[in-house]
Design a protein around this ligand. Structure first.
Ligand SMILES: NC(=O)C1=CN([C@@H]2O[C@H](COP(=O)(O)OP(=O)(O)OC[C@H]3O[C@@H](n4cnc5c(N)ncnc54)[C@H](OP(=O)(O)O)[C@@H]3O)[C@@H](O)[C@H]2O)[C@@H](O)CC1
Ligand SMILES: [K+]
Length: 533
């Protein structure tokens, strides 16, 4: 599945209009229809199409006398235009609809203007200036007895913080009031205030029960605050064609990470991963990574341990091999064995050991995962680490590690926002991959993976794939091990990272709540079995 930026979506729309296949007005009509269809699909109780009077008991009165009620909030752009269409279509179904517009009707873009006038010909529109004080009083009088609020204030055209008229809907007390009254809030395309490119909130954002978007999901639906503001996201086709293969892929299904029979199966397992461990008392993380590497199908997995930890590790492992690796010279010696084709350094490695081993590992030019301490140990001079990286590397930073390695990029991502579209985690990860010259996997519930060539994948554990229990100690170590194991199996760095991130979430979902990191590798066989791998 492809994720689009607002600019890409506009380009797709413009190409369709230019080709003469469709007009902007038709697209707006389809968008509005898509929203109404999604509402009825999501909440069938709101769908009274085809309801016969016999459906409601006589003593409650016929539906005509007891219409469903909606408030539609329209903004000054085409998102508002969609709102006017939704208002008209709901009214056609017998709903009582009140429409508010924030903005100057004279300045509406042409298609939105047409729909404003179609609605306004027979109905009232309550108009307020864009930057006026909240319409709170007016609005709060309305919700008594309403069933639905439609947010058509801002969509992909949000350019600055959401304030002024209508922003009261983003206030927690108002939202709570609506929720208590059972009022559903539906956002058109994106919750107003959410930047569709970054999933960052500009000012404040409406929290919707459902967001209906068109053609394809936008980045903002899955990144950052997107999942907490969008509610459920439904994507409706409006008859547009995708222009070219998108560069940002949303991995939710196995076929998106190209997992198929033979791709990671055990039958022809091969490869030999070396996982470097920290000292005594610090070996658990590397053991977790090693177990992960083994479970995803590396033929052999060796733990490289310093002398102080040899006894500890020897007593704890089965199916893994143990090799004494004492400092850079020891690693150099170990790597004389060219069958060791994938390395993993970082989990609880310790800064000192990391500074000694990482340069040696990188000089050996094997496929290499650098995680945790292998990244943080170079915080004082990230440039020195970056200069040694090569295109067979995969870096797996979480937010803190990312900021240590790429402080300027992180600062851009975290700066207070005055304007949109905002610099996103996708932008940040791509910039980092370009600078590092290798694959960067930026962890989080919205894991973003980028290659230096611009390919980018978002693997998010949100919505239907939510797995909050994955945020458990040691979970990242297992992920590093998964990647190392897949690299050992011969997958290219980007594919190894994409596949591992996907599997990681699947394993967490397979196990469910109560998960601890040790459980993750043990779910791999069941996940593979379900995929018939
Ligand atoms: N593209 C497609 O394929 C399709 C698009 N469709 C629909 O169109 C929507 C995009 O429409 P859009 O481009 O007109 O943007 P929209 O979100 O309505 O807002 C722009 C207006 O808001 C203003 N403004 C922005 N931020 C503000 C703020 N904080 N506070 C105050 N004002 C602010 C901004 O002002 P400006 O920045 O220009 O000064 C401008 O006037 C899209 O989400 C979808 O619903 C569908 O119909 C079908 C196909
Ligand atoms: K909206």
């Amino acid at each position: 599945m492809e994720l689009l930026t607002a600019a890409q979506m506009r380009a797709i729309e413009q190409a369709a209009i230019k080709s003469g296949d469709v007009t902007g007005l038709e697209l707006m009509e389809r968008a509005g229809q898509g929203v109404v269809d999604a509402i009825f699909e999501e909440w069938p109780v709101l769908d009274r199409r085809g309801a016969s009077p016999s459906r409601s008991p006589g003593y409650l009165g016929p539906d005509e006398e007891d219409p469903l009620r909606a408030v539609v909030l329209c903004g000054p752009g085409n998102n508002g235009g969609d709102g006017f269409v939704v208002a008209r279509l709901l009214q056609k179904q017998g709903w009582a609809v009140e429409v508010f517009l924030c903005g100057d009707p004279e300045k509406l873009p042409p298609d939105a203007r047409v729909n404003y006038e179609r609605w306004g010909a027979k109905n009232e529109v309550r108009v307020s200036a864009v930057d006026s004080a909240p319409l709170a009083d007016d609005f709060l009088r309305v919700p008594k007895g309403i069933d639905l609020v439609v947010d058509g204030v801002f969509g992909t055209g949000l350019t600055r913080p959401f304030a002024g008229a209508f922003s009261m809907l983003a206030n927690a007390p108002v939202r709570d009031l609506l929720r208590d009254r059972g009022v559903k809030v539906v956002s058109i395309d994106a919750p107003s205030g959410l930047c569709a490119d970054s999933g960052r909130i500009l000012g404040q954002a409406i929290v919707a029960d459902m967001t209906v978007t068109f053609h394809s999901k936008k980045l903002g639906h899955v990144l950052g605050d997107g999942p907490v503001t969008c509610g459920a996201v439904r994507t409706k086709s409006i008859g547009l064609e995708t222009l070219e293969d998108g560069q940002i892929v949303h991995t939710t299904e196995a076929d998106e990470v190209k997992l198929s029979k033979g791709s990671v199966g055990h039958k022809y397992s091969h490869g030999h991963a070396l996982i470097l461990s920290g000292g005594a008392g610090k070996t658990g993380a590397a053991r977790l990574a090693a177990r992960g590497a083994l479970r995803v199908g590396a033929g052999l997995v060796t733990l490289g341990v310093p002398p102080s930890a040899q006894m500890e590790v020897a007593s704890q492992i089965t199916a893994l091999m143990l090799q004494r690796v004492d400092g850079a010279d020891g690693l150099s010696e170990t790597l004389e064995d060219t069958r060791l084709n994938a390395l993993c350094l970082g989990p609880a490695l310790g800064f000192e050991r990391a500074r000694a081993l990482v340069p040696m590992a990188l000089a050996a030019r094997r496929a290499t995962v650098l995680d945790a301490d292998a990244l943080s140990a170079f915080a004082e001079d990230p440039g020195a680490l970056i200069a040694q990286l090569h295109d067979e590397c995969v870096l797996t930073p979480h937010g803190g590690e990312f900021a240590r390695l790429f402080p300027d990029i992180a600062a851009q991502m975290n700066e207070q926002l005055a304007n949109g579209p905002a610099f996103s985690k996708v932008d940040a990860t791509r910039a980092a991959a370009k600078r590092a010259g290798c694959v960067v996997l930026f962890k989080g519930p919205d894991t973003v993976i980028a290659a230096p060539n611009g390919r980018c994948v978002v693997n998010s554990a949100v919505y239907e794939r939510a797995a909050p229990w994955l945020a458990t100690a040691g979970s990242g170590d297992v992920l590093a091990g998964f990647i190392a194991g897949l690299l050992a199996r011969g997958l290219a760095p980007m594919q190894a990272a994409e596949t591992a991130a996907w599997l990681h979430v699947e394993c967490a979902r397979q196990f469910g709540p109560g998960l601890i990191a040790e459980d993750l590798p043990e779910q791999v066989p069941e996940v593979f079995r379900k995929l018939n791998i």
